[in-house]
Design a protein around this ligand. Structure first.
Ligand SMILES: NC(=O)c1ccc[n+]([C@@H]2O[C@H](COP(=O)([O-])OP(=O)(O)OC[C@H]3O[C@@H](n4cnc5c(N)ncnc54)[C@H](O)[C@@H]3O)[C@@H](O)[C@H]2O)c1
Length: 299
């Protein structure tokens, strides 16, 4: 397939370009920035200009579009800018796909739609969280991602010629970050494991960028017509924590989230697409990073 990846130069985009290319697809990165180490085509388009992207889609006639471009960090810009940018970019990309009859479009949402971390308090209705759990966004980033999901559902209701989907990648850790490069939040993976307060706000969720990219490959290749408008959690099979979540989250004690179990279930992606994560902090942290762990290694 010929596949356009918006945001291909980003943390998740770079692994997505690599995974789709390795699976034999013709991949084009559409980003204002350049992805290092990618041999395929890279096109500099600012998605804030809808006609430029629409014209590009018309000329390229791709089989699929993977939409990752966004302001990816909550509170990294004024709230109004995040809401405007993320919702506008998603509308531009999804609408161009509809207009030009692209067969498949997958857009990045986020687990933050759940609403955890709200300053007025948040508790889950149940754990582990799945796609049926109600969404209660409390900031512009999370709301913009709920809007992405609503756009996916809206376009899916309009027609059947384009298959639309959304996925919620957990906290993405790219390959270099296992070796000590700063994560999206500026600290290292080891910092995050050693200080539970850093990851507690997001319920210790995470996913290796290559696993999330493998999900994209699975969706693009295997999502069926009956999946139009579907949303998927995409997370690791364990929590990014040294202790069981039943010890770290006050409301998790009664839920049976013991051992290494995560607070998010990716079972829907496994059931529907046969995708499952294959990497964990336990398999990916190199010995020199593992040696920096403060507590007993829970592996
Ligand atoms: N990183 C995570 O932990 C995480 C978790 C959940 C969801 N997501 C979502 O996944 C997607 C990818 O996240 P990421 O961490 O790779 O983000 P990133 O910030 O690393 O990459 C985003 C890319 O989008 C590009 N971009 C932004 N605005 C653009 C525009 N107007 N025109 C063209 N390109 C533009 C940027 O240049 C950048 O390369 C985002 O939608 C993000 O919200 C990320």
């Amino acid at each position: 397939m010929k596949i356009l990846v918006t945001g291909g130069a980003g943390r998740l985009g770079r692994s997505t370009l690599a995974a789709l290319s390795a699976a034999g697809h013709e991949v084009v990165s559409v980003d204002r920035a350049t992805a290092p180490d990618f041999d395929g085509r890279q096109v500099d388009i600012d998605l804030a200009h809808p006609t430029a992207f629409s014209g590009f889609v018309a000329a390229e006639a791709p089989d699929a579009i993977v939409h990752l471009a966004a302001i990816a960090v909550p509170f990294s810009a004024p709230e109004g800018v995040i809401l405007d940018t993320n919702s506008r970019l998603a509308f531009t990309v999804l609408d161009a796909a509809r207009e030009h009859g692209v067969a498949r479009v997958l857009a990045a949402s986020s687990p933050t739609v759940m609403g955890y971390g709200s300053p007025t308090g948040w508790e889950p209705d149940y754990l582990p969280l799945d796609e049926e759990h109600r969404a209660r966004p409390w900031n512009a980033y999370a709301l913009s991602k709920q809007l992405v999901e609503n756009l996916v559902a809206m376009f899916a209701r309009q027609q059947t010629s384009t298959l639309f989907g959304a996925f919620r990648p957990c906290f993405v850790i790219s390959p270099g970050e296992w070796s000590g490069e700063p994560t999206q939040q500026g600290h290292t993976v080891v910092d995050r494991l050693n200080d539970p307060s850093l990851a507690a706000v997001s319920l210790f969720n995470y996913v290796d960028a290559r696993d999330a990219a493998d999900f994209v490959v699975a969706w693009v290749e295997r999502a069926g017509a009956d999946a139009n408008g579907e949303v998927f959690f995409v997370g690791a099979a364990d929590a990014l924590a040294l202790a069981p979540l039943s010890e770290l989250l006050p409301y998790a004690a009664a839920t049976g989230l013991d051992g290494t179990a995560p607070a998010f279930s990716s079972a829907h992606a496994t059931d529907r697409l046969g995708w499952a994560p294959t990497r964990s902090w336990r398999t990916e942290l190199p010995p020199e990073q593992r040696a920096l762990l403060a507590g007993p290694d829970a592996s």
